[in-house]
Structure formats: structure tokens, C-alpha cells
Design a protein around this ligand. Structure first.
Ligand code: SAM
Length: 244
């Protein structure tokens, strides 16, 4: 199937994204480990460290597109008085997340809420931290999601966005292209029975704004002290900002 985003409207894009994660929810965590050789754990660790969560003081955190809870679990591990809310548009992903939280005995500290990043179901000024990991690429109206991030944060609150970047270091690009187009979709088929969602994944990475352009969108939403950190040869990028 050609997802051809130029030909479909934004709501249809969201529909396709929902189908993708509906299909893969049960195998999502396994696929993450396989595809990134476990690196996604390291990238998420770096992101959560950047939040600067105190070991003892309360910290109200929101992880958007939080899927199966990875980031939220790291947040509550970082601070004894930290609480996390996972917000995702997809009920299947949240269901897997809730089960994982129960198994870890974290059900009281991690809440799962179904909602859209473009119109968050939370009052303004609710959170100390906002993260979105490998999620904003899937959101049809990215600027709207960033505006919402700004709205729900308290003054002084922190934003961290982790996302694949279309800009990898020279020399790595050929290997990365091969891996993206010739390894990932077949691997997806092997593990989930379907290559299409992973074909979509690879294509959506190429269409995402370059790091500097994305940093500009974050500034436009109102954030200050925006910083960009490329990791693993530019395969992923961490963008940080403060609600000032
Ligand atoms: N953050 C998790 C992680 O890093 O493992 C999950 C990332 S997964 C690649 C992308 C997630 O974005 C999916 O769970 C999907 O349901 C969610 N998503 C897609 N569009 C969304 C939207 N408009 N609002 C909220 N979540 C959305």
C-alpha cells in the first residue's frame, strides 16, 4: 500500500497511524528492542535524565504518545514522589501499558489516559514535565501538539521531545538507508506478521522536519532555551525547552 500522505488529508493520516499501532500493540515492545538493538532504552534514559527530576520533591509528569509506558516507568523510577500520566490516542497500546504497570507494582503512580496530542484532555498549567518519544512524527498537526505541550505545562516546566531524525552523519547514511528499507520492513513482517506498519515507520522518518526546523517550531510554541542534541550519529534527536 502507498500511504501517500500528500493525497490524503490529515484526519486520514491519523486513521492510518491508529491502524498501525492497533495492529502491532502486542508485539510493540519486542519490536522496539529488535529494531534498535536495545538502543531505544538508552535514548529514553537520556531524555528522562534531562528532565532533572528531584529524588524527593513531587514531580507531575505527562508522557504523550506514551504507548506501553516505557518513559513513564523511568520517570517514576527517577523520583520517589514523581507521578506520571501516559496519554495516547490508541486504547490497545494503553491496555498493554496498564498491564505492564500492574506487573511492576506501579499502578498507583502511573495513570493511563486516552487522548489526542493535538487537544490534550488536561487543564492548563498541570504538569512539571512533558515528554513525547517517537510520537510527534505520527501526529498530523505537529505545531498544534507543541502548542498543547506549552499550555499544559506549569511555568518553569520542561519539554523533551525524542524523535528519529532525517539527518544522519555522512558515511552512516548508506548503511542506515539499507537498514531502513531492506531490514526493518521484513523484520516487521517476521515478528508482527505485517511489513506495512514498518514501511510506514521508515517513510515517516524521512518526512519529519530537520532538527533546526523542528527547534524553530518549538520556539514558535513559546518555549525558551531550546536545545538540540543529536545521538547515535544523528539517527535520533533530543529537543529540549522550557516554558518560561
Ligand atoms: N512513546 C512510546 C515509545 O517510545 O515506546 C510509543 C511510541 S509509538 C512509536 C507512537 C505512539 O504514538 C503510538 O502509541 C500511537 O498510538 C501514538 N499516537 C499517534 N498519534 C497520536 C496522537 N495524535 N495523540 C497521541 N498519541 C498518538
Amino acid at each position: 500500500t502507498d500511504f501517500g500522505f500528500r493525497r490524503v488529508d490529515l484526519d486520514a493520516k491519523q486513521g492510518l497511524v491508529d491502524d498501525v499501532f492497533h495492529k502491532v500493540a502486542g508485539r510493540y515492545d519486542l519490536m522496539n528492542d529488535l529494531m534498535s538493538a536495545g538502543l531505544h532504552r538508552v535514548w529514553k534514559d537520556v531524555m528522562v535524565t534531562r528532565l532533572g527530576i528531584s529524588r524527593t520533591r513531587p514531580f507531575a509528569h505527562l508522557d504523550v504518545a506514551g504507548g506501553t509506558g516505557d518513559v513513564a516507568f523511568k520517570v517514576v523510577d527517577a523520583g520517589a514522589a514523581a507521578q506520571a500520566t501516559v496519554c495516547d490516542i490508541n486504547g490497545e497500546m494503553l491496555k498493554v501499558g496498564r498491564e505492564r504497570a500492574d506487573k511492576r507494582g506501579l499502578a498507583a503512580r502511573v495513570e493511563f489516559v486516552q487522548g489526542n496530542a493535538e487537544a490534550l484532555p488536561f487543564p492548563s498549567g498541570s504538569f512539571d514535565g512533558y515528554t513525547i518519544a517517537f510520537g510527534i512524527r505520527n501526529v498530523p498537526r505537529i505545531q498544534l501538539a507543541l502548542d498543547e505541550a506549552y499550555r499544559v505545562l506549569k511555568p518553569g516546566g520542561r519539554l523533551q521531545v525524542l524523535e528519529f531524525s532525517p539527518e544522519v552523519v555522512p558515511g552512516l547514511d548508506r548503511v542506515y538507508d539499507f537498514y531502513s528499507f531492506s531490514v526493518i520492513p521484513p523484520l516487521g513482517r517476521l515478528v508482527t506478521g505485517d511489513a506495512e506498519p514498518y514501511q510506514y515507520l521508515v517513510e515517516s522518518i524521512r518526512k519529519f522536519p530537520r532538527p533546526e526546523a523542528f527547534a524553530e517550531m518549538i520556539r514558535k510554541a513559546g518555549f525558551g532555551r531550546v536545545e538540540v542534541t543529536a545521538m547515535t550519529g544523528g539517527i535520533v534527536c533530543l529537543h529540549g525547552g522550557w516554558k518560561v
